[in-house]
Design a protein around this ligand. Structure first.
Ligand SMILES: [Zn+2]
Length: 269
């Protein structure tokens, strides 16, 4: 009997997690016909969680739940003009132009409509991408030298972030071109043309998905996280260019996973 109870609890938990990951087809097929006018993967965005759902987290491969996740359809531009901007958090400080805050970064902004991602029938526009060093999400005990965040929003204002780990290896040409334009703090934005944004993603789009938050203030929750399981590579020299800019790092510490389940479609090894 006890075993049955545990099984039910586990299923309920997984259904909750599945809904968060945009898995409405699986978790709400019975109710789907009566709610066809609402957004297909609506999560109750205003309801506070009983426990914090903050990001980043440490992902334990053994602790993830294998699931059939809605596919990612990525439509990133291959010849885009992006605007490189330094994201500043210490504008009030007299030495703010030289101090590197751990919530600061350089980001690449795209013009509206330039790139998008479709998941579970919802289209999310790619607004910007940026970098953290070392990585914010940890994979078991390890971190990566850099983590990229591709920040998307749908028409209703829901945020979805695709995270990509960067490991040392072959040169990434697109990343190298962007890092040629790493604007320093308090300098003006820089426009960079002919960027292959699609080349900043790995070939395989299997992922770890969970419900989290922004990793900088105001740490807003109900952010859908899609951490791609496969890292991209950049040359050690390219990695050092970003690291040199943030010598003490610009990542947030890992947060408690609380009651969340990380779903994955990476498949058995
Ligand atoms: Zn970020």
């Amino acid at each position: 009997m006890k075993r049955t109870d545990v099984g039910l609890d586990r299923r309920a938990l997984l259904q909750g997690a599945a809904a968060i990951a945009g898995l409405t087809a699986l978790s709400s097929s019975a109710a789907a016909s009566s709610t066809s006018t609402s957004a297909p993967n609506t999560v109750p965005h205003s309801a506070p969680h009983p426990t914090p759902h903050q990001s980043p987290i440490r992902i334990y491969r053994g602790g993830t739940q294998q699931a059939h996740l809605p596919a990612l359809h990525v439509h990133y531009p291959h010849d885009a003009t992006v605007t490189m901007k330094y994201v500043r958090e210490d504008a009030d400080e007299p030495d703010g132009c030289t101090v590197r805050g751990d919530e600061e970064t350089v980001r690449a902004e795209l013009s509206p409509g330039a790139g998008s991602l479709e998941m579970g029938g919802v289209t999310y526009g790619l607004a910007q991408f940026h970098w953290h060093t070392p990585s914010e999400h940890l994979l078991s005990a390890r971190d990566y030298p850099i983590e990229m965040h591709f920040v998307h929003q749908d028409d209703a204002g829901h945020t979805l972030v695709v995270g990509v780990w960067v490991r040392p290896g072959l040169t990434n040409r697109a990343l190298g071109r962007l890092y040629d334009h790493l604007v320093s703090e308090c300098s003006t934005a820089d426009h960079v043309s002919h960027i292959d944004v699609g080349a900043l993603l790995p070939r395989r789009h299997t992922s770890y998905r969970y419900d989290g938050s922004l990793t900088t203030a105001p740490y807003t929750e109900h952010v859908q996280w899609v951490m791609l399981t496969e890292p991209i590579t950049a040359s050690p020299r390219q990695i050092d260019r970003f690291r040199t800019m943030f010598p003490t790092g610009n990542r947030r510490d890992v947060q408690d996973i609380t009651d969340r389940v990380v779903l994955t479609d990476r498949g058995p090894r």
